[in-house]
Design a protein around this ligand. Structure first.
Ligand SMILES: *Cc1c(COP(=O)(O)O)cnc(C)c1O
Length: 231
């Protein structure tokens, strides 16, 4: 566990190297290839200078939790950096689905039938396909997004078979006050059961542990960019 976020004066590129080293080590410990894990740099609420530093350090995969803010950060950068890969990791309202569909390569937060239908519509209107992960509420917390594990088979069937969305993975955000490992283990198990490729789990405080439990995508914000401004 690595709960401490590095001091403010460290540069993004120093932190990037440190995190890369930790990922390499966690992969070795788990006897996994380094390229089986993708670092999603969570740039929400970060300023342009820090995002620019991450780009200069070579990072190309970024995560955002709000559609509008993601446009502010990435609409122009997207055109100047052809190889960017953008992931939506926050709740998506159906009325913003089409606009999300146009910006993001991967939407990690499908969590209800109505949104699946909106996604299929966005695909048909835009003529582009996107990769989708289903968010699973492994802790069954009422205030949190995601389908509860019991309802996952039904949502998968609708999304994959009926609407023919490209569902390739699962994502989770464990409860704050519980051992994350149990949730990581559960998500990895569900991924295998339903024959999916990807498991997005682990953040600044626990990405090394998530890799041991089989994470293919770790979503790291503060450990890479520094603390976000307080709201
Ligand atoms: C903000 C956020 C992260 C990154 O959290 P850090 O603690 O800054 O690493 C990861 N996943 C989701 C869904 C988030 O909203």
């Amino acid at each position: 566990m690595n709960d401490d976020v590095p001091a403010k004066r460290e540069s993004v590129s120093d932190r990037f190297k440190m995190i890369e080293g930790e990922i390499v080590k966690a992969c070795q410990d788990a006897e996994r290839a380094r390229n089986s894990v993708k670092l999603v740099a969570v740039s929400k609420q970060q300023d342009e200078a820090r995002i620019d530093e991450a780009l200069k350090a070579g990072q190309r995969v970024f995560g955002e939790n709000r559609v509008q803010e993601a446009y502010t950060h990435w609409e122009t950068l997207r055109d100047s950096h052809g190889n960017l890969e953008l992931h939506l990791i926050g709740h998506l309202q159906t009325n913003k689905c089409q606009s999300a569909w146009q910006l993001f390569d991967v939407i990690q937060t499908l969590d209800r039938p109505k949104l699946a239908t909106a996604m299929a519509k966005a695909r048909d209107v835009t003529g582009v396909d996107r990769e989708i992960f289903i968010q699973v509420n492994t802790g069954e917390e009422p205030q949190k997004g995601g389908v509860v594990p019991d309802q996952l088979p039904q949502l998968l069937k609708l999304a994959r078979q009926e609407l023919r969305l490209s569902v390739t993975g699962l994502m989770c955000l464990p409860p704050r006050n519980e051992a994350a490992g149990l949730h990581f283990g559960l998500l990895n198990q569900l991924k295998k059961t339903f024959d999916l490729q990807f498991a997005s789990m682990g953040m600044s405080a626990d990405y090394e542990s998530a890799i041991k439990f089989g994470a293919t995508h770790v979503r790291v914000g503060r450990a890479l960019f520094g603390e976000r401004p307080q709201p």
